[in-house]
Design a protein around this ligand. Structure first.
Ligand code: DOR
Ligand code: ZN
Length: 345
C-alpha cells in the first residue's frame, strides 16, 4: 500500500472567492493547494464587464498573502445585455477565460442572469466562433419543477436545444449532481465538459434532511438521491476526460447559513484535496486523482497543466479547523463525516 501520492498541482475549475474581508480569509485556503481557479462572478453587483473583471482580478491578487502563488482565471457574468464584442475583446486580451451563465433566480446573486435565452444567442454564436467556454449553472427555475428534477429538466429544455442551435459552442456543465447530467456529459463529445464538486461525492439528500436540517450541507444544485452520488463517484474515477474538479467552494458566514432562509453553499477549500484522496482511495482509483484534479481541466480549457507538484501523505487523521475566521464572521468548513488520512505535505 502506497502512503505517498505525488500529483501535478491541481486547479479548481469552479470557485467562489467573494470580496473584501471574506476574500482575504478564503483565498489562502485555495492558494495553499491550487495553482489556478475559475473565479465565479456572482458578486453584488455581478462582474459583467471586462473592466469589472480586471478590477476584481486586481483585488484578488492584492489579497494574496506574500509568498503564495495563484492565478485567478476570470469569468464574466452573462446578462441579457451582454455584448458579443465586449466578450470577445476581453477573451482576446487574455483577461477573461470564460462566461458564466446563470438562469435568473437559480442561485445566490443570480437575479441579473438570463430569463430569455434568445436574447443571448448572438453572444453564444460569437463564443462558438472564438472557442470561448460557457460555464453553465444547469437548473431550471420554474416553480412547478421539483427542485430535485431541475438539473435533468434543464438539460432537456434548455441545454440540449442551446447546444443544437449553437454548433461548436464549448460548454462546461458546472457541478453536475445527477446520473442524467453525467450521462449527458459523457455523450457530448469534446466540446462538452463537466465539473463535479467535492461535496457532491460525499453527501446525498439524506445528509441534509434526515434527523434534522443540516444547513451546512445545503448547496445548489441540491444534493440528490444516493444513486446519483454513486454515479458522480463513478464518473470522477472513470478516467473520462469530460470530468474535472470544480469545487464550487462557496463560503457564507455561519449566521447566514444557520438562518430561517439559509444561503446555499458548502465551503470545501480547506480540506478538498484530503477528501478527494479519501474518496479515490475508497473507490480503488488513487491513480486517477491526478487526471481528475490536475489534467482534465487544463486539457478542456486548452491550457498547459501545472509544472509543479503536490504530495499527499497518508497517516494519522488530518487535523483541520472546523471553521475559519473572517472579518465578516466564522465560516464552517465542510465536514465529510469521516476521518481524513491524506494530508497535503
Ligand atoms: O451552493 C451554491 N452556492 N451554489 C451556487 O450555485 C452558488 C453558490 C454561492 O455563490 O453561494
Ligand atoms: Zn458556484
Amino acid at each position: 500500500m502506497s502512503t505517498t501520492l505525488t500529483l501535478r498541482r491541481p486547479d479548481d475549475w469552479h470557485l467562489h472567492l467573494r470580496d473584501g474581508a471574506m476574500l482575504k480569509a478564503v483565498l489562502p485556503e485555495t492558494a495553499r493547494h491550487f495553482a489556478r481557479a475559475i473565479i465565479m462572478p456572482n458578486l453584488v453587483p455581478p462582474v459583467v464587464t471586462g473592466a469589472q473583471a480586471a478590477a476584481y482580478r486586481d483585488r484578488i491578487m492584492a489579497a494574496l498573502p506574500d509568498g503564495m502563488a495563484f492565478r485567478p482565471l476570470m469569468t464574466l457574468y452573462m446578462t441579457e445585455d451582454t455584448n458579443p464584442d465586449d466578450v470577445a475583446a476581453a477573451h482576446a486580451s487574455g483577461l477573461v477565460t470564460a462566461v458564466k451563465l446563470y438562469p435568473a433566480g437559480a442561485t445566490t446573486n443570480s437575479a441579473s442572469g438570463v430569463r430569455d435565452f434568445a436574447k443571448v444567442q448572438r453572444v453564444l454564436d460569437r463564443m462558438a466562433e472564438i472557442g470561448m467556454p460557457l460555464c453553465v449553472h444547469g437548473e431550471v427555475t420554474n416553480h412547478d419543477v421539483d427542485i430535485f428534477d431541475r438539473e435533468a429538466v434543464f438539460i432537456d429544455r434548455v441545454l440540449d436545444p442551446m447546444r443544437r442551435r449553437t454548433p461548436g459552442l464549448r460548454v462546461v456543465m458546472e457541478h453536475v449532481t445527477t446520473r442524467d447530467g453525467v450521462q449527458y456529459a459523457q455523450a457530448g463529445g469534446p466540446d462538452l465538459g463537466a465539473t463535479i464538486t467535492t461535496h457532491h461525492l460525499i453527501i446525498n439528500r439524506n445528509h441534509i434532511l434526515a434527523g434534522g436540517i443540516r444547513p451546512h450541507y445545503y448547496c445548489l444544485p441540491v444534493a440528490k438521491r444516493e444513486e446519483h452520488r454513486l454515479a458522480l463517484r463513478a464518473a470522477v474515477t472513470s478516467g473520462d476526460p469530460t470530468f474535472f474538479l470544480g469545487t464550487d467552494s462557496a463560503p457564507h458566514v455561519d449566521a447566514l447559513k444557520e438562518h430561517s432562509c439559509g444561503c446555499a453553499g458548502c465551503f470545501t477549500a480547506t480540506n478538498t484535496m484530503s477528501i478527494l484522496a479519501e474518496v479515490f482511495e475508497q473507490e480503488g482509483a488513487l491513480d486517477r486523482l491526478e487526471s481528475f484534479a490536475s489534467l482534465h481541466g487544463p486539457a478542456f480549457y486548452r491550457l498547459p497543466p501545472n509544472e509543479d507538484h503536490i504530495t499527499l501523505q497518508k497517516g494519522a487523521p488530518v487535523a483541520y479547523p472546523a471553521r475559519i475566521d473572517t472579518g465578516d464572521g466564522p465560516v464552517t468548513v465542510f465536514d465529510p463525516l469521516m476521518p481524513l488520512h491524506w494530508r497535503v505535505a
